[in-house]
Design a protein around this ligand. Structure first.
Ligand code: GSH
Length: 202
């Protein structure tokens, strides 16, 4: 049985979304980042970085949300993981690109504009993050102007990985990036996405 470590209010939401898309049963360790459960020697044995998400798939332990989703999508087949090597490479491209260009930037922007208590917010961090988010969204807009989905003719793990990481962008004014806006809402309107969103927001 697959076990997923990490609360829906963390990057584990990506993995919970993937498991739901694939319809695979899992056991959920609903642990928040930095919670006492993630500070034990047992948890550090699973992920020496002490971070969520982590999966244990019948004894195969894996961390890093993007790698986990690529593994699950490939293992369980279905349309989410393209078999054409070029489309597969695009899936890797977008997943790695997101980690490099958007992942921490979008979180830092949200934390320092609204998530943190006002006294802890640092406008200079929000501003620096936004300076990186803008060209990243420009790049995404370009790709989505040419194609409705990121890797081939249908929704794939590439879309899931990038859209899941852009959860916080659902609350932003994306008027400058109309294709990103439409695509992001298309992704998050999927039944599996709605269910994990409810897990995260409840
Ligand atoms: N690149 C990692 C990032 C994981 C990560 O930063 N997780 C956060 C929660 S969203 C965490 O567990 N933080 C705990 C800590 O910083 O100690 C991934 O995508 O899985």
């Amino acid at each position: 049985m697959l076990r997923i470590y990490g609360a829906a209010k963390s990057r584990a939401v990506r993995v919970l979304w993937m498991a739901d898309e694939l319809g695979i049963p899992y056991q959920h360790k609903d642990w928040l980042p930095r919670s006492p459960e993630t500070r034990t020697p047992e948890f550090f044995a699973l992920n020496p970085n002490g971070r969520v998400p982590v999966i244990d798939d019948d004894g195969f332990v894996l961390y890093e949300s993007m790698a986990i989703n690529l593994y699950l999508a490939k293992k369980h087949g279905g349309g989410l993981y393209p078999s054409d090597p070029k489309l597969e490479a695009l899936v890797w491209q977008w997943s790695l690109w997101e980690t490099d260009r958007l992942d921490r930037q979008i979180v830092n922007h949200a934390r320092h504009t609204k998530d943190l208590p006002e006294s802890e917010r640092k406008p200079e961090i929000a501003e620096a993050a936004w300076k990186e988010v803008v060209p990243a969204l420009d790049a995404l807009e370009g790709a989505l102007t040419r194609s409705a989905w990121l890797a081939g003719p249908a929704f794939s793990v590439a879309d899931l990985n990038v859209a899941a990481a852009l959860y916080r962008a659902l609350a932003l004014d994306l008027g400058k990036w109309p294709h990103v806006q439409a695509w992001l809402h298309r992704c998050w309107e999927r039944p599996a996405a709605k269910r994990v969103r409810a897990m995260r927001e409840n």
